[in-house]
Design a protein around this ligand. Structure first.
Ligand SMILES: [Zn+2]
Length: 293
C-alpha cells in the first residue's frame, strides 16, 4: 500500500512501523522512518524533496534504522530515550534485560546522534507537539499534529492482529504503559486519529476499541502472572515462558522469551507495589511468590 494523505500537512507511509510525514515551512519531519531496505527511498519519494528531518517516538531499532538510508538527522527525541537512540548496547540491554550479542538481538546495530532533546508538552515545530506516552520505553513520546488531528502513537498501542500474535504487549514499564493508554483515549475523545506503530490507523469508536483491547491484553497477562506465582513460586524467566505459551501465537523463541521476560519483570514490580508479590533469593535465582500478608 502506498503513501496516503491524512490531512493538509500529514502523509502516512504505511509499514510496520507506520511512518508519518509532516510538512513544515522548509521541508518535512519524518516520524519513525522504520526499517528495511528501500524504506528510506520510499519515504524520500513520498516527502517530495526539500529538507528531511527525523523525529522519533522512541529509540527502538525497528522505528529508527531507516534514518541511515534516509540520510537525515534525528532532530528530536525525548530526553529519556536519548541513550536508546545513541547506543545500541543500551537499546539491547533495555529490550532484552541485559546486553545480548548482536547475533541474538538480530537487529542492525544502528547508532544515531540526537540533535535536540525533547520534553513532553514541548512544541516540536509549528502545530506539532510531543505528548507523554511513556511505558513501552521510559521516554516514549506521541507526536501530535494539531491542525490535522493526528497523533503518531508509536508503540503506546498496537493493532489487534499484532496484539493477538504476540499476546503480551512489550513494555519496559507495564504500569506506565497502561496509564498512557488512558492518555491516548482522551486524545481520541478530542477527535484525534491514532496512528499506531504497528497496525491500522483508527479514530473514534474503532480507536477506543483498539485501546481497550490493548488494556485488557496487559491486564490479562498481569492476572495470569499473579495466578501462576500463587500456585507455584517461579523466576521471571519461568513465568515468561508459561505466559508466552499460554498467550502468544508466536513461537517461544529465545528473542520472544527475552522480550516477554522484560515485560514480566515490570508486571512483577507492579504486583509487588500492590502488595501482591514478593521476590525471594534462591539457588534458582530470584523466585517470585504471592506476598504473605
Ligand atoms: Zn518499540
Amino acid at each position: 500500500m502506498g503513501a496516503r494523505r491524512l490531512g493538509d500537512r500529514t502523509v502516512l507511509v504505511p509499514g510496520s512501523p507506520n511512518t508519518l510525514i509532516v510538512e513544515t515551512g522548509e521541508g518535512v519531519l519524518v516520524v519513525d522512518p522504520g526499517i528495511g531496505e528501500g524504506r528510506g527511498r520510499l519515504i524520500r519519494e513520498a516527502a517530495g524533496g526539500g529538507r528531511v528531518e527525523v523525529v522519533l517516538t522512541h529509540g527502538h531499532t525497528d522505528h529508527l534504522a531507516a534514518t541511515v538510508e534516509l540520510d537525515a538527522r534525528v532532530v528530536a527525541a525525548h530526553r529519556l530515550c536519548i541513550a536508546l537512540v545513541e547506543s545500541s548496547a543500551t537499546r539491547r540491554a533495555l529490550v532484552y534485560g541485559g546486553l545480548v550479542s548482536a547475533k541474538t538481538a538480530a537487529m542492525p546495530m544502528v547508532e544515531l546522534r540526537v540533535h535536540r532533546v525533547l520534553e513532553w508538552g514541548e512544541r516540536v515545530e509549528d502545530g506539532v507537539y510531543a505528548v507523554a506516552l511513556p511505558g513501552h520505553t521510559p521516554g516514549h513520546t506521541g507526536v501530535l499534529v494539531e491542525d490535522d488531528g493526528v497523533v503518531a502513537a508509536g508503540d503506546a498501542v498496537v493493532g489487534e492482529r499484532v496484539l493477538q500474535r504476540y499476546g503480551i504487549p512489550f513494555a519496559l514499564d507495564a504500569r506506565g504503559w497502561v496509564e498512557s493508554l488512558s492518555r491516548l483515549e482522551r486524545l481520541v475523545e478530542r477527535g484525534y486519529t491514532v496512528v499506531p506503530g504497528h497496525g491500522p490507523i483508527a479514530s473514534g469508536e474503532r480507536a477506543l476499541q483498539m485501546i481497550e483491547a490493548n488494556r485488557s491484553a496487559m491486564e490479562r497477562a498481569k492476572r495470569l502472572l499473579s495466578e501462576l506465582i500463587s500456585t507455584e513460586p517461579m523466576t521471571a524467566a519461568e513465568a515468561a515462558y508459561r505466559l508466552t505459551v499460554r498467550l502468544s501465537r508466536s513461537e517461544p523463541s529465545v528473542r520472544q522469551l527475552l522480550l516477554n521476560e522484560t515485560t514480566v519483570t515490570s508486571l512483577l514490580a507492579w504486583l509487588e507495589e500492590e502488595g501482591l508479590a514478593e521476590p525471594v533469593a534462591t539457588e534458582r535465582g530470584v523466585v517470585w511468590r504471592a506476598a504473605r500478608k
